[in-house]
Write a protein of this length. Structure first.
Length: 225
């Protein structure tokens, strides 16, 4: 055995020589639930387990209806697109925007562009988006590991999502927005509350337990809001 290799072995108390106890993430109940959802998504042909968050939102709040025109911000890899497409049916339309390409095959009622919502350049696409029934945002910034920075970046995406909802939603339209909880959260929630008749906070069971993400579910956009 090469010199020094044995030093990495655990001692009898289960501790490494550094004194740190090995973490047991893989077998924790939270991870089993995560794995179950990932396997379920694969079996049901969704590219991401995040579909179950939207499913929970839909079951509880009835956001999407047959025939609706829906915008999905931060739509890659495409699970919400597929789920929304089924809910609105072939008389409805789903538009998606993401920084990344959506690589899965999409149903005929879905149209996607690759763009940055913070500096949208595709004005032709934007022109199609008047009179929407629903704006969804599952956008998330690339995380840095610094919770305050991540929350600030998430809030900037949420503000842009809300601006888009204000411009493109018809009166009584609905808005669903993921936000990382942080200092900006209360102000953003108040701003949404002022523009919609109802506004609820919801953490789906399918969110990872350690995640700071939460969803704002705002229904019935006020006239002129
Ligand atoms: C959690 S993923 C969305 C998953 C998606 N709802 C699904 O079910 O497949 C978040 C997405 O937000 C996108 N995103 C982040 N910042 C963005 C921006 N400025 N403009 C557009 N998309 C953005 C990311 O590229 C990423 O694909």
């Amino acid at each position: 055995m090469p010199a020094g290799k044995n030093k990495l072995k655990k001692n009898r108390s289960g501790k490494r020589p550094s004194g740190k106890t090995k973490r047991r993430h893989a077998s924790s109940p939270g991870n089993q639930w995560d794995d179950h959802l990932t396997r379920r998504a694969r079996a049901e042909n969704y590219p991401a387990r995040s579909v179950y968050k939207l499913e929970e939102i839909q079951k509880k709040f009835k956001i999407l209806r047959s025939g609706d025109r829906v915008l999905d911000l931060g739509c890659a890899p495409g699970s919400w697109l597929l789920y929304a497409s089924k809910q609105v049916g072939m008389t409805g339309r789903v538009f998606g925007i993401d920084l990344k390409d959506v690589e899965i095959q999409l149903p005929a009622n879905v149209r996607v562009i690759r763009d940055n919502i913070l500096k949208m350049e595709d004005t032709v696409f934007l022109g199609d988006l008047a009179g929407l029934d629903v704006v969804l945002s599952d956008m998330a910034p690339a995380t840095t590991g610094r919770k305050d920075v991540d929350a600030l970046r998430s809030a900037a995406l949420c503000e842009m999502a809300l601006d888009t909802a204000e411009t493109c939603l018809s009166a009584n339209g609905h808005f669903v927005c993921k936000i990382f909880q942080g200092n900006e959260f209360n102000l953003f929630q108040k701003t949404v509350q002022a523009r919609f008749k109802t506004c609820k906070i919801f953490k789906p069971e399918s969110c990872r337990k350690q995640s700071k993400e939460i969803y704002i579910i705002a229904k019935y956009k006020k006239q002129g809001g």
